[in-house]
Design a protein around this ligand. Structure first.
Ligand SMILES: NC(=O)c1ccc[n+]([C@@H]2O[C@H](COP(=O)([O-])OP(=O)(O)OC[C@H]3O[C@@H](n4cnc5c(N)ncnc54)[C@H](O)[C@@H]3O)[C@@H](O)[C@H]2O)c1
Length: 435
């Protein structure tokens, strides 16, 4: 199959590289020339484990190419994927669909022969109808079907998630389009990955419902963590105690500083708006949005409280900035709120993240970025663990102790055990663990 991928970001690049690896002929298109130039020069504009090798292999085998010019690739394509951003629209919280609609117009003028236009971007219910209307209006002779095919990959584990998904969702009522989609995903089909074919609107909603449900789970355990601190319980044991129940499941039950990233914040907000507009208010989702936003702000208060009520003039080392490990994505990361509030409270901040410092410097140019975790903690009055990168799980604690001014660790990801830390002489504060 010939595939054109419009948008070469986290989703477009991973999906394009994986489809190429399945044996399809893929052209990834982006209007950001610097991204395409970098890719053509052999470098990967994002941090994603394994992606560099996968891209290099498929470029070398001539199944994957990159361009800013959509013309040839779209003309020849059996399937054109839209994988552009759908960020929160300024002012009203709805998903901003301007990039999707611009891509639809571009596609309309170029497709030849029957073409499947696939929305991989996360889009509100009914967007596929609008994409279809735009293409039909712009090019009345076009032969096409618009399919919803939401993506569930997680940054940091994106290749594995794409190649071994729990399911693939395909939203269309067009049989020809279903055949094309089955052919595209054939290697998974042979692996017995469930392929769920639904109406397009249902498929669009599945993606939002999935993300909102996961955000509910995280926010629920975060509130339980607060309760644990008040009543002398341990949230990790609560998570294990409830997570082993198959009806609940153990994933997404780790208490922490609140969810961030490029998906949950904007998708919960967009789903809330979809519900309000449709007259079916989603009160649980609305509360989750509110509780999570408060939580991210409250994390700085937790640090301030752990330091005796004031951080003025204190040096604080921040370990991890990205919204989760194994990514450089800083979008809506809890670190952004934590940094802002600690700075306002007069702290001197020293930060280190293995992958996201370049991205972080665009959002927080004044932050002091360090060369490694041990550089960041030099002379610190406290060390705050914000992101649970593996390298922070295995710090040389004797070295840490010799470098800091005071052995205080505030662990917002619960990667150390309270007993273990106090035995080693640390004043240790974590999340939801009274013991
Ligand atoms: N990032 C994730 O983990 C993830 C997971 C699942 C779904 N999604 C969804 O996938 C979509 C894309 O997310 P992302 O994180 O990859 O975004 P991104 O911002 O990393 O990438 C989007 C890319 O699209 C390009 N673009 C925009 N309009 C274009 C056009 N007309 N022609 C060519 N290129 C264009 C941009 O330059 C950018 O490089 C979003 O809807 C998101 O919600 C993301």
């Amino acid at each position: 199959m010939r595939v054109a991928m419009i948008g070469t970001g986290y989703v477009g690049l991973v999906s394009g590289a994986c489809f190429a690896d399945f044996g399809h002929q893929v052209t990834c298109i982006d209007k950001d020339a610097s991204k395409i130039d970098a890719l053509n020069a052999g470098s990967i504009p994002i941090y994603e484990p394994g992606l560099q090798e996968l891209v290099a292999k498929n470029v070398a085998e001539q199944r994957l190419s990159f361009t800013t010019d959509p013309q040839d690739a779209i003309r020849q394509a059996d399937a054109v994927f839209i994988a552009v951003g759908t960020p929160t629209r300024r002012g009203d919280g709805h998903a901003d669909l301007s990039y999707v609609y611009a891509a639809a117009e571009e596609i309309a003028g170029l497709i030849e022969g029957f073409t499947v236009v696939v929305t991989k971007s996360t889009v509100p219910v009914g967007t596929g109808d609008e994409v279809e209307a735009i293409i039909a209006r712009t090019n009345p002779d076009a032969q096409f079907a618009v399919v919803s095919n939401p993506e569930f990959l997680r940054e940091g584990a994106a290749i594995n998630d794409f190649k071994r998904p729990d399911r693939v969702v395909v939203g269309t009522e067009d049989d020809r389009a279903v055949s094309v989609m089955r052919e595209l995903y054939r290697p998974l089909y042979l692996n017995e990955t469930p392929i769920i074919v639904t109406r397009r609107r249902t498929s669009e909603l599945i993606k939002y419902a999935a993300n909102a449900f996961l955000a509910v789970k995280i926010t629920f355990i975060n509130e339980i963590a607060d309760l644990c601190e008040k009543v002398g319980a341990n949230v990790q044991e609560v998570s294990r105690g409830i997570g082993l129940d198959n009806r609940i499941g153990s994933k997404f039950l780790h208490a922490g500083p609140g969810y961030g990233g490029s998906c949950f914040p904007k998708d919960t907000l967009a789903l809330s708006k979809i519900g309000h507009d449709a007259g079916a208010t989603l009160k649980i989702v609305d509360s989750v949005i509110e509780v999570n936003a408060e939580r991210k702000k409250k994390m700085a208060d937790k640090v301030i409280a752990a330091m005796g009520g004031s951080v003025k003039g204190k040096t604080i080392a921040l370990l991890g900035l990205a919204f989760k490990p194994n990514t450089d994505d800083m979008r809506e990361a809890p670190a952004i709120d934590i940094v802002a509030k600690l700075k306002e409270a007069g702290a001197n901040l020293r930060a280190y993240d293995p992958a996201s410092m370049h991205e972080a410097s665009k959002i927080m140019p004044d932050l002091m970025f360090c060369d490694g975790p041990y550089h960041a903690i030099e002379n610190a009055d406290a060390v705050v663990i914000i992101t649970e990168w593996d390298q922070f799980r295995a710090l040389d604690l004797d070295r840490v102790k010799s470098l800091v001014k005071a052995p205080k660790v505030i662990d917002l990801r619960n990667i150390y055990k309270p007993d273990y830390m106090s035995e080693r002489g640390f004043d240790y504060v974590s999340v939801g663990r009274a013991y």
